[in-house]
Design a protein around this ligand. Structure first.
Ligand code: NCD
Length: 312
């Protein structure tokens, strides 16, 4: 049984399969409308979510399956003191696959050790968010036609942003990727991302503070929200929250074909005046997210004859 806890849990080949299938479902959703008939996903969300939970639920519904779950810890037996392990052993009696979001780093991993069904990490604290990464990769593939040889700027809260950590891990596997890490000093990527991910991959990177000075060289700009809920004090959050605001003026300095991604929710970091710019991909990104989750569910449940043509 396979779980998806960290983006590196998928081999490059498996990752390509999921992205390819995501693209195929995007093109021909009707062919997949009954594939998961009789199957259930449980969404166990111990932390708030709009896109991720509804995207998983829509993905399963659009595959003809069903959905159970809870959207806050207070709605579940967690409020009575139940452990994550006991919860998944219970829910695993009802559902075929579980998507779990938890404020504690490592909670989905712990759950996967006890779970009778595949666990998908839908975000664990400031650590990882592998299905947002699948969403980001499918978006880049659809919008840029490739995943290699690009300069990727990640801007904002690179310290606590789990989507940033997972995306860097995944993109480090592609040739010729350069990272421009744009953040205030206090919100730089954790050291292990540099020493255990970017450097061993032999990729080039720079850590900078100015968005204006660097936007012109980017092929992709990945904007992020300052993660208020992970700050120790409100004063620091208030001081840092508006460090970067992408607006029309800054977009004039960007390449004509640069794409803007954002995992959403946005707070102030992208002015709504940028939304009409064809380079703004963040709402299209939400759409791609559902299709790639459909592909992932198919893969984890063994619903698609993978690489059928090669095996025949
Ligand atoms: C992200 C998350 O939860 O980490 N949102 C999402 O899943 N699309 C980003 C964020 O909350 O800032």
């Amino acid at each position: 049984m396979k779980h998806l806890i960290d983006p590196m849990d998928l081999s490059l080949e498996e990752l390509d399969e999921v992205l390819e299938l995501g693209e195929e479902i995007y093109e021909h959703p009707e062919k997949y409308a009954d594939l998961a008939k009789g199957k259930k996903i449980a969404t166990l969300f111990y932390e708030p979510s709009t896109r991720t939970r509804l995207s998983f639920e829509s993905a399963m519904l659009d595959l003809g399956g069903n959905v159970i779950g809870f959207s806050s810890a207070s709605d579940s037996s967690v409020s009575k003191g139940e452990s994550v392990e006991d919860t998944v052993r219970t829910v695993g009696c009802f559902a075929d696959v579980i998507a779990m979001r938890h404020p504690n780093e490592g909670a989905p991993k712990l759950a996967s050790m006890m779970s009778p069904v595949p666990i998908i990490n839908a975000g664990d604290g400031g650590h990882n968010h592998p299905t947002q990464t699948l969403t980001d990769l499918l978006t880049i593939r659809k919008e840029k036609g490739k995943l290699d040889h690009m300069t990727v700027g990640l801007c904002g809260d690179l310290k606590f942003g789990r989507t940033v950590h997972s995306l860097i891990k995944a993109m480090s596997r592609y040739h010729g990727v350069k990272f421009v890490l744009i953040s205030p000093k206090e919100l730089r990527v954790p050291e292990y991302i540099i020493s255990d991910v970017i450097e061993p991959a032999g990729l080039s990177y720079e850590e900078v503070e100015s968005l204006e000075d660097n936007i012109g060289k980017l092929d992709i700009l990945y904007m992020t929200r300052v993660q208020r809920e992970r700050f120790f004090n409100e004063a620091d959050y208030v001081r840092l929250k508006d460090t970067y605001i992408l607006d029309k003026k800054k977009m004039k300095m960007a390449k004509e074909d640069m794409i803007i991604l954002h995992p959403l929710p946005r707070v102030n970091e992208i002015s709504p005046s940028v939304d009409d710019d064809p380079r703004a991909c963040y709402f299209r990104q939400v759409k791609y997210g559902k299709f790639v989750r459909m592909a992932l569910i198919c893969k984890l449940l063994g619903l698609v004859p993978w690489k059928q043509s090669e095996e025949e």
